[in-house]
Design a protein around this ligand. Structure first.
Ligand code: SF4
Length: 142
């Protein structure tokens, strides 16, 4: 009963943490645009949080550089279970334009598990919202 209530609350109001692992900032601007009243993700109960300890979903942008890798893992480990990851943009999914550079991993899933990928360079806010809805559908089935 209590577990069902927690799951219901998480689906109705997922709290997100935004993490830039080395993006050019265009993906970040689209994530922020999705959070503005124009696109209004709060209608899904989605709230941006500053602490990983309060977040259900990590929204990651950019290719993972060797410099940021350990910090990404540390912040991911600070999130309470169950936790989910949304990879926003081609860089987050595969390394994008930075593929085969000596200083990047080719995709966030080389470092932490990813639940949903949102392709694009950068993806539009509508695509990010679609990715979040897909994640919520996945949560509902879990
Ligand atoms: S996917 Fe494109 S817009 Fe996003 S961080 Fe990479 S280069 Fe920048």
């Amino acid at each position: 009963m209590a577990l069902g209530l927690v799951k219901w609350a998480r689906i109705k109001s997922p709290w997100i943490l935004h993490f830039n692992t080395g993006a050019c900032n265009a993906c970040d601007i689209e994530v922020l645009a999705a959070l503005t009243p124009r696109f209004d993700v709060e209608r899904f109960g989605i709230l941006l949080k500053g602490s990983p300890r309060h977040a259900d979903v990590m929204v990651v942008t950019g290719s993972v550089t060797r410099q940021i890798r350990d910090r990404l893992v540390r912040v991911y480990e600070q999130m309470p279970e169950p936790k989910f990851v949304l990879a926003v943009g081609n860089c987050a999914a595969t390394g994008g334009v930075f593929q085969q550079c000596y200083n990047v991993y080719e995709g966030i899933d080389k470092v932490i598990p990813v639940d949903v990928y949102v392709p694009g360079c950068p993806p539009r806010p509508e695509a990010i919202i679609y990715g979040v809805v897909k994640l919520l559908e996945k949560l509902a089935k879990s």
